[in-house]
Design a protein around this ligand. Structure first.
Ligand SMILES: [Zn+2]
Length: 414
């Protein structure tokens, strides 16, 4: 009798645990990821610090371009390209966008290109890097094709955790704002994660974000910095999974401590661990994995930002909004965006029954800092980059709201 009841208890536990693990997720998506090495093979100059006048001496870590393609049941697609590079310069965006649309029918508003802002990547917009630029373009176009080819039935979920590597780097002093760690300045420590599982429930890919400069190192070796290590560690700890990093609004955020390779590795480990925390590893019953369902809707446009000098032409600043179902909304902003934007937008776009809001910076164009009105008026490094008029924040936020409204109204044609 005792054996029978123990057996029943055991079977009950097995069934219960199976039910927990196989929490039914709607298989309404197709998703595929791909990855390509983009480490320069030629001795190119390095991007990020003007002080490094000589080309790179070698490679400490390979650089990658990665793509995640997602299709909904109506045939709408979105492709996200992430890059271990300083930024997405306009000519690269234009070249890739045109070919991706011509070859695969993905419209520009459904292509998001984001760079990690590693300061140990090539200065690929220089004239002497034309060969690299051309080969990078070819690789990225093929990469999108590979991600689309790899698409298979999938479930998607959004979750998040926190990671405290980033520190505000604007310290007020009597002589103005200094570029120095400020433990009291604003930060965005959220680690947003979009996870892709196959029809068996196996993790296939993750894309995770963080708002912090990839500037642990400034030496003359190719390196993805903390974001490179976070991707590398997550992929080696989760065999067969493609991990993509999407840079957030980290223009006034640095990883500290800096300047030793071990810190880039430690920061990467912290971030990779936070991604596992977001995925609720070793929890028998995950409670925070928000399953995505619905259609893909995308919108993109530019807003003209004005400069103080009257004769300087306006800057056409790109803003992109991507809804992945009714549960996740990505806002992708161009250039180097300070953290005020993600904090403000997440608050303004929050609805109790609305989608999770994820704000990325360093997307689709790379041409100077985007301070908030506050940072611009305070002054300091991020404010000096370009002579913007203080209305830039109002204009950008206004454009985001307009595009968000656009994606509520209509779905994109397949
Ligand atoms: Zn920067």
């Amino acid at each position: 009798m005792r054996i029978i009841s123990l057996t029943i208890l055991f079977l009950t536990m097995v069934v219960t645990s199976m039910a927990d693990e196989a929490a039914p997720a709607a298989q309404m998506w197709q998703a595929g990821a791909a990855s390509v090495k983009i480490t320069p093979e030629q001795p190119l100059h390095m991007a990020g610090y003007a002080s490094r006048k000589e080309p790179a001496e070698g490679t400490k870590q390979d650089l990658f371009g990665k793509a995640l393609a997602i299709q909904d049941s109506a045939g709408n697609s979105v492709v996200i390209i992430t890059l271990d590079l300083i930024g997405v310069v306009a000519p690269l965006r234009t070249a890739v966008e045109m070919q991706v649309e011509a070859k695969y029918g993905i419209p520009p508003q459904s292509l998001l290109m984001n760079a990690s802002h590693t300061h140990c990547g090539p200065a690929y917009a220089r004239d002497d890097a034309q060969d690299y630029f051309d080969s990078l373009t070819r690789k990225l176009v093929n990469l999108v094709g590979d991600a689309l080819k790899n698409c298979e039935p999938a479930s998607l979920a959004y979750s998040s955790a926190r990671c405290s590597v980033a520190m505000n780097r604007r310290t007020p002093t009597d002589a103005g704002f200094r570029n120095h760690p400020n433990p009291n300045g604003p930060v965005d420590h959220t680690v947003p994660v979009l996870s892709v599982r196959d029809s068996e429930g196996e993790l296939q890919s993750v894309i995770f974000g963080y708002a912090c400069h990839n500037t642990t190192m400034g030496f003359r070796y190719w390196l993805g910095d903390y974001a490179g290590f976070a991707q590398q560690y997550f992929e080696s700890d989760n065999s067969g999974v493609t991990a993509l990093f999407m840079m957030g609004c980290g223009a006034d955020q640095n990883p500290y401590p800096r300047s030793e390779l071990k810190y880039a590795q430690m920061h990467g480990r912290s971030l990779a661990t936070s991604v596992e925390a977001a995925l609720e590893y070793n929890q028998s019953k995950p409670l925070h994995q928000r399953q995505l369902s619905g259609n893909i809707r995308t919108a993109m446009g530019t807003v003209d930002l004005e400069f103080e000098p009257e004769d300087r032409p306006d800057f056409p600043y790109p803003v992109q909004v991507i809804r992945i179902g009714d549960d996740l909304m990505l806002v992708a902003l161009g250039n180097e965006v300070v953290v005020d934007y993600s904090l403000r937008l997440k608050e303004e776009l929050f609805r109790a029954d609305g989608p999770a809001v994820w704000v990325a910076g360093y997307s689709n164009v790379y041409d100077g800092y985007i301070p908030s009105r506050r940072v611009l008026l305070e002054g300091g490094y991020e404010a000096r980059s370009r002579p913007w008029k203080p209305e830039l924040e109002k204009r950008i936020i206004g454009k985001v709201h307009a595009l968000v409204a656009e994606t509520v109204k209509e779905a994109v044609a397949p």
